[in-house]
Design a protein around this ligand. Sequence first.
Ligand SMILES: [Zn+2]
Ligand SMILES: [Zn+2]
Ligand SMILES: [Zn+2]
Length: 398
Amino acid sequence: MAELQPCPVLHVYGTRPNKIVDLRQYIRGNRRIGPITRRLSRIPNAGGPDSVDKNDPGSLPPPMPPLSTSVPDKATYKQPEMQEVPVISHDRAKKALLDHIETQCCWGKGAANKITTFENLESSTTYHYTLETFTETRSTQWQMEPFRGQFIDGPENGIPVHPWGIPLTSVEQFRDFETRSMEVPHTASVRPCHRCQAGGFLICAGCEGRGRLYCGMCKGKGRRQQRVKDSQGVWRSGVHKCDVCDGSGKKPCSRCNGTARVTCPSCQGQTRLKWYIQLLVTWKTYKGDHAVGKSNVPKVLVTRVPGTIAFEDVQPMLYPITKSPDPEIMTASARLLAEQKFPHSLILMQRHKIKVVPVTKCEYRHNNKLMSYYVYGLDCRVHAPDYPDQCCYGCEIM
Ligand SMILES: [Zn+2]
Ligand SMILES: [Zn+2]
Ligand SMILES: [Zn+2]
């Protein structure tokens, strides 16, 4: 029975991906190593598949990120500067409205063409803050497959490696979702199949091991009313031997072809199983966002359009935004960062951005009435719910 020991190396993720550090050194400086060593004692070893607690999901809390230089120091960390946003001209404001009318099936250009000057172009900004947290989760579970003489990497080949110590090729950061599974080295063993008691077959459930089933055509009597040809070739009706069961009252079971047994689906007839610990790795990006702006354009519209990325930062661990023209963004940043904590996952990278979307309120006179619409986004989308010519002649006569 091999004694399980902590894996000597640990993978470190961050700005220096795939760096290997000495786990023992890391353990000395890490207060969470207690639970880790307790979990280590539950990794595959002598207990084998029979010792598995079926209720244990097998999720393994990740080690704390080591205190390396990849995590920025809060005292010296300097947040990147915000950038300015462009302001649109009168011509651009009018052209945006005319372009928008083109895309609406029955809006008229009359009111727009009459605009010779704007009463006011009031520019404002909507700040769209987004936070993404890219995580990795590892869990283990016992797996089995038929043993067909394949190579068995058991504990005799070495100490089973802690799931968080298994090196993996890196995945693209901030992927929405990706999973990978693999065999944990040195955890495999061969055991007789428990399902068929190493016989390779199970009793057929279709016929309960009888091989034959009651014939429904003759109701098990072996004879039934049917039309048969006599010696002159003339069809005659009468009670004759059942042609389905050949007079036996029973017919062969189609599931086992009358053999009364079926191949064991677990070992596929091999009588032995290879058991091993399977590592399941999941990468997932969690997302959260918050938009702030004083205009009446619905936030759902503004957040979808292109804007200027006024601020972006990518770090293994982020601190809340400390500089923003709108304090609500700083509050949202702190709240979302507090929400995106995952005790059962390792945070590989975090990214937050502030997209600045310019919004211009364009005020004009139409029949002596002050009207307005909004131009928003770098591609000058228009939000004009009160535009006067929203129904053309064609619509009115319909
Ligand atoms: Zn059967
Ligand atoms: Zn029959
Ligand atoms: Zn079996």
